[in-house]
Design a protein around this ligand. Structure first.
Ligand code: BGC
Length: 469
């Protein structure tokens, strides 16, 4: 077993990132954050640092009824939510899930938005809400250049989506056009939200020191509250604005070349968006399973696993799902079941090696996220001239939530990489849906929307006395 472990280590070594390396990665990201915020440098920046027009986290006085849409993975969700001030809670009244078939993810934008409008229409019908025009928060989890809270231009698709005619277009306009094509219902004011922002805002209602939102799911990304004076693209000197970092694009300019492995290159080249979202492809759920699969194939071909044999399933891209990584790391019996289901001729040593491979790949992901999160918290600390920062990060995403020790590994590494930051992690349940309602609620009371729209469609929304920024 020892000699096999040593041989296997040769394959895994490039995935093991030392603390020193992680510190280097963090320094590079720090430079990229500054580049992304710059007035003239942001066009070419790999990390886009997108202004979100969210200037305040919740202060606990928001209330009202809202619709929320959530598009970002394989499912699309519609929610009807109530923000209850007395309980400082966002309550989900009801919701509906509509799946987005693979063909639709690669079809036309018009088909996609018609599908969304249909799903929303059916939901409103079932809730008897068709006559009302409720304000709507739209969680759209792709990189968007936000012009206003209700004008958001898709920069590019990620995570397996590639619908034609949407990149470069205003997503709110496409949604409204699809609703008007039907003509059987209407919606009130719209607030566009990235899922990281929704996550931060939904945690922010409970914990008002929540100023970072992080997603580690199908894709990965984070947002945080930045000083407006540093956001050179937005006018103003006072206060803060939430910045959607789009850290998934870190490395797209070649800055992570030294840590990319040959397997990462293959994952990138065979993806539907080669050259794009380099950091995301080393971290997120859409890709982790595929990295493991490629490693297992290579090791089997080199006669280190499965007596040198593979199987049809193992040779098929996408067949080794990311959730298997969590299951295998959870117990060797799971590993054995999964290897059998994949048609592999395994022995007990194979099962242990496969588990080691999974552990190495998920650890790298957790540690890279830690380096990125450390960069952001350190930035907030330095921005505020603090020697020590106490802050909360709202987190969501299947990789973070479902993997048996991802969160512990990430937190341990952040403690080492950002020793002057004391970070509380708050898992957000349903953040991207409820958070969208929260953004809409805050928007209605903090002048994010044009005055004509503030509170207009939602009499329940209360005007704020003071704005916490
Ligand atoms: C998108 C981000 C999103 C993240 C997590 C990435 O692919 O570019 O906008 O926040 O996935 O869903």
């Amino acid at each position: 077993f020892l000699s096999i472990t040593l041989a296997v280590e040769k394959y895994l070594e490039p995935f093991r990132l030392s603390l020193e390396k992680l510190k280097e990665v963090s320094v590079r990201l720090k430079k990229d954050l500054i580049r992304g915020l710059g007035k003239h440098s942001h066009h070419r920046a790999a990390v886009k640092m997108l202004p979100t027009f969210v200037r305040a986290t919740p202060d606990g006085t928001e209330k009202g009824d809202y619709l929320a849409l959530d598009l970002g993975g394989t499912n699309f969700r519609v929610l009807y939510v109530r923000v209850v001030e007395e309980q400082q809670k966002v309550v989900k009244m009801d919701s509906k899930i509509c799946s987005i078939p693979q063909e639709m993810m690669l079809g036309t934008g018009e088909q996609l938005f018609d599908h969304i409008a249909q799903c929303l229409g059916e939901f409103l019908e079932s809730q008897d809400l068709k006559g009302q025009t409720l304000p709507l928060g739209f969680t759209f989890s792709f990189p968007c250049e936000q012009k206003e809270i209700d004008k958001s231009i898709l920069i590019r698709w990620t995570k397996g989506f590639s619908c034609s005619g949407v990149e470069g277009q205003d997503v709110v306009k496409l949604l409204k056009e699809a609703i008007h094509r039907r003509g059987d219902y209407d919606i009130g004011s719209v607030a566009m939200v990235n899922d990281t922002v929704g996550t931060m805002m939904s945690c922010g209602y409970r914990d008002q020191s929540c100023e970072i939102g992080m997603i580690i799911g199908t894709g990965t990304n984070a947002c945080y509250m930045e000083e407006i004076k540093n956001v050179k693209r937005v006018e103003g000197e006072d206060g803060r604005m939430c910045i959607n970092t789009e850290w998934g694009g870190f490395g797209d300019d070649g800055s992570l070349k030294d840590i990319l492995t040959e397997f990462d290159e293959v994952v990138d080249q065979t993806s539907i968006n080669p050259g794009v979202h380099t950091f995301e492809k080393m971290i997120s759920g859409m890709y982790l399973g595929e990295i493991v699969r490629l490693l297992l194939v290579k090791m089997a071909e080199d006669k280190l696993l499965f007596k040198g044999e593979t199987s049809e399933a193992l040779l098929t891209p996408g067949q080794f799902e990311t959730k298997y990584i969590s299951e295998i790391e959870d117990g060797l019996e799971n590993a054995q079941k999964i290897l059998t289901a994949l048609g592999l001729n395994w022995d007990p040593v194979d099962a242990c090696v496969v588990r080691l491979v999974c552990d190495t790949i998920s650890s790298r992901s957790a540690r890279l996220c830690a380096a990125a999160l450390a960069t952001i918290s350190n930035r907030i600390r330095v921005n505020r001239g603090l020697d020590h920062l106490k802050t909360t990060v709202g987190v969501d995403g299947t990789v973070y939530r479902k993997h048996p020790n991802f969160s512990e590994e990430l937190q341990a590494a952040v403690r080492l990489l950002a020793p002057k930051c004391d970070i509380t992690f708050l898992v957000s349940e349903d953040g991207s849906g409820k958070g969208a309602a929260m953004v809409t609620a805050v928007a209605q009371t903090t002048c994010i929307l044009p005055p004509s729209q503030q509170g207009a469609t939602n009499p329940a929304a209360k005007k704020k006395k003071s704005v916490r920024t």
